[in-house]
Design a protein around this ligand. Structure first.
Ligand code: GSH
Length: 203
């Protein structure tokens, strides 16, 4: 088997979904973490100057979604049908938007009070709620988001829900199907084990 090394910051961010996919798929990988203090120097020698990167036998693959899709194929978490595979991608991008829009606010220079206000009045209303409503409705009649098996789209949505619930504790619970679906993923043995032992970090 090739050697896989995921390089990301010492946090969850855009690296965490990739970790979940490798862990669930029982695919050995090195989880290399870069401290922010080391980054200015490391960035100069990092292909593309952004993280995450996945080194496959030493050769870098960039862009979190391309890496995630590759890992998902290895882990058997993709679908063969071309259109269904695209719907998976669409949910995964939606899950990424949930994170990037939230991080934009959390990582801004604003005061905590301003961030809290923006999260409640902008993010929850315009970004989070429409997704929760759509996913909750979809899961009324389906066990998994697309097709009849678990895919990386299920992991991606539940990973984003995991992060949202860390920063905004009282919104997701209003959507019972989303909560139950996320819980089902969080109870997968490798993911459960990882969530219990992963390093603590703000993001
Ligand atoms: N579209 C890229 C975005 C990568 C990205 O912006 N990574 C951030 C961390 S989440 C980064 O490397 N920031 C440090 C920098 O730009 O110097 C992806 O999805 O991988």
């Amino acid at each position: 088997m090739p050697e896989y090394k995921l390089v990301y910051f010492n946090g969850r961010g855009l690296g965490e979904l990739i970790r979940w996919i490798f862990l669930h798929g029982d695919i050995p990988f090195t989880d290399e973490r870069v401290e922010m203090s080391e980054w200015p120097e490391k960035k100069k020698v990092t292909p593309g100057g952004k993280l995450p990167l996945l080194y496959i036998d030493g050769k870098p693959l960039w862009q979190s979604m391309a890496i995630g899709r590759f890992a998902a194929k290895l882990a058997g978490l993709t679908l063969d049908d071309t259109l269904d595979a695209c719907y998976c991608d669409a949910f995964v991008e939606t899950a990424k938007d949930l994170l990037t829009e939230m991080y934009k606010i959390l990582l801004s220079e604003k005061s905590q009070e301003e961030k809290d206000k923006e999260l409640r009045e902008e993010y929850v209303v315009k970004t989070l709620t429409p997704v929760l409503e759509k996913v909750n409705k979809r899961l009324e009649t389906k066990q998994w988001l697309i097709g009849d098996k678990m895919t990386w789209a299920d992991l991606a949505i539940s990973r984003s829900i995991d992060e949202v619930a860390i920063h905004i504790s009282d919104v997701v619970s209003k959507y019972p199907n989303v909560s139950a679906h996320a819980e089902k993923i969080h109870q997968l043995p490798k993911i459960k084990e990882w969530r219990a032992k992963r390093p603590n970090s703000p993001f």
